[in-house]
Design a protein around this ligand. Structure first.
Ligand SMILES: [Zn+2]
Length: 310
């Protein structure tokens, strides 16, 4: 059985909204189908639909409560991760590890105390923005503003580093990206972004951005969303391979991870409809690049960053 570590999915929000269960369901991810892999690690992001921005914190509380209720119901199969030792502990028992993340600093409502309180509630990773401008920074959809981190955003990044939370630059504007790259000392991640040279989309990263993530020791998580893989057709496993080839040439083999975006995307690449079918991608990576690189991409690289940051 293979290892698996994925830096991004939106399953918790989707299950809450569709009133479904984490153990077994008909969305992209459930515990039952995860049994294909050995003690997988999954980041569970809490994403806020912009309609919730006026009640960001209240809605985030509902999702966090739902997350824990699902973890508690399935305690024999899955354990929440506060620190790296929790991952090792879960692995020993062949249990899944769940890492709680926030997708967008809207959840803070401009309060640094909220960041610390989310940390106390078990949040261990946060993308600073979603696509729009918030009190931390400009998101990637703010074309032309050239806005990066605000003073508050800078404070948040420094406090996340101090606490031991992963700073995630997916969805952040380019100026914001470079502010993060030059702010902290610890590795940061782009949890679910691909290579712009292969597919020129604002949500993907330029070669110099890929290089900067690697230089800081972070990872870029491969996003399965077909429009981020190729503009020409419905993306497939071969298109993911093209991104891996390119990222290997720019970053080397220690800085690529998975960031599937399962349950946050309305279509998937040909051949990967749900989580257990990642196995097909793994087979193809192993054939193309060998077992060592597969192990790094499928889990080791992300685990290394978590060991260093949490
Ligand atoms: Zn996203």
């Amino acid at each position: 059985m293979r290892n698996y570590a994925d830096a991004h999915c939106d399953t918790i929000v989707r299950l809450f909204e569709e009133k479904k269960e984490l153990f077994m369901n008909d969305v992209h991810i459930d515990i039952e189908r995860f049994k294909t892999f050995y003690a997988p690690l999954q980041f569970f992001a809490i994403w806020l639909d912009p309609k919730y921005y006026p009640i960001s914190m209240r809605q985030t509380m509902k999702y966090i409560d739902f997350y824990y209720s699902q973890i508690e119901k399935n305690a024999e199969f899955i354990g929440h991760v506060n620190g790296y030792s929790d991952i090792l502990h879960n692995m020993k028992q062949n249990k899944m590890s769940a890492l709680l993340s926030l997708e967008g600093g809207e959840a803070l409502e401009g309060e640094i105390s909220a960041l610390r309180t989310y940390y106390r509630l078990g949040v261990r990773s946060m993308t600073l923005t979603w696509n729009h401008r918030n009190s931390l920074a400009d998101g990637v959809a703010e074309r032309g503003s050239k806005g990066g981190l605000t003073v508050f955003g800078h404070e948040v990044v420094m406090e996340m580093e101090r606490l031991g939370m992963l700073v995630d630059v997916s969805h952040l504007s380019e100026a914001g990206f470079w502010d993060v790259a030059t702010t902290g000392n610890k590795p940061f991640i782009a949890s679910h972004s691909n290579a712009q040279t292969i597919c020129n989309m604002p949500r993907n990263l330029s070669d110099s951005q890929l290089g900067a993530v690697a230089e800081k020791g972070g990872v870029v998580g491969l996003n399965l969303y077909p429009p981020f893989l190729t503009k020409e057709k419905q993306g497939d496993i071969e298109d993911i391979l093209k991104h891996i080839y390119h990222m290997l040439s720019i970053m080397g083999e220690d800085f690529i991870a998975l960031g599937t975006d399962f349950d946050g995307i309305d279509c998937t690449p040909k051949g990967i409809r749900q989580v257990q079918e990642i196995e097909f991608l793994f087979n193809r990576i192993e054939k193309e690049f060998g077992e060592d690189i597969l192990e790094k991409i499928s889990s080791k690289n992300l685990l290394r960053v978590l060991e260093e940051v949490l």
